[in-house]
Design a binder for this molecule. Sequence first.
Ligand code: ATP
Length: 320
Amino acid sequence: MTVISARGLRKEFTVRVKVGRLRRDRRTVAAVDGVDLAIERGEMVGYIGPNGAGKSTTLKMLTGVLTPTAGDISVCGLSPVRQRTRLARRIGVVFGQRSQLWWDLPLRESFELLRHIYRVPPAEHAARLLRCRALLDLDEFLDTPVRQLSLGQRMRGELTAALLHGPEVLFLDEPTIGLDVVSKQAVRGFLAELGATGDVTLMLTTHDLADIEKLCRRLLVIDHGRVVHDGTIEALHARYGSRRRVVVELESPAAPPEVIGATLVTVTPLRFEYDLTGATAGELLVRLAGLPIRDVSIVEPDIEDVVARLYTGVPVTDAP
Ligand SMILES: Nc1ncnc2c1ncn2[C@@H]1O[C@H](COP(=O)(O)OP(=O)(O)OP(=O)(O)O)[C@@H](O)[C@H]1O
């Protein structure tokens, strides 16, 4: 079942641009320029793109915060702008840079207020809060006013706040921005658990590609307001011909053998590297038997690398 769908989604902004020394002209820019989306129930989708690509603008339209200039949207079968209040009960939203908590209240009281706003039955609220407390380690700061929380603590509070009414869809805009490694792990672990239930559909934007690798099977890449990739991370690697690399270090100098299905990319007296173009690492290692090997390591293709190539418009190779 498709829970998030968009067709021909477009958002234009009018901006003033400086022309000459004194004059300013009004110009229309398309922040989102014809995006089509179809996200199924239970999917975890990463929505990435360079700065200014249109990610936040898309999420704002999907959540009813911004009215599209053109196009159709349906989220949980509702029209986000026209049915915003009804939609609010069905979705959870975390915008990393903004808070939905009450600054002067302890976290626990913000949660209580949200229970009243969403009219969540007390037992349901308590059960959800208990789960978040355990998975996100909230107890230490539940009674601390939000203004005194660290960024990582607040983000854990924000996630909880977004989930207490039991939303079907969660939109997260940079949920791990600025978090230390421990907080990032806590947030990712929590989201992974949530995703594993298959009940919640998750769409997240991030600049931290490890978020995507850890959480999302599907990756949507947007650039200049248009979707330029929709598929798995593996499909992206295949598109750019990224390969696993085998690095061989030797005890004493030896010549590297030629191996069908592997391309030698670096050769020095005590080290050589192959890219696997068809052979498996095991097949390569069999061919290396008899060499004075000190160490072998396998380097997986780097997602940062392929994404950077996508962002900078490096042409796609013909390689499989
Ligand atoms: N209210 C606005 N008025 C004018 N232009 C805007 C407005 N909001 C966004 N834009 C422009 O629309 C484009 C897309 O912005 P958006 O915030 O959606 O990008 P983003 O992909 O989320 O970027 P980032 O990764 O930097 O957060 C940018 O060029 C931005 O300057």
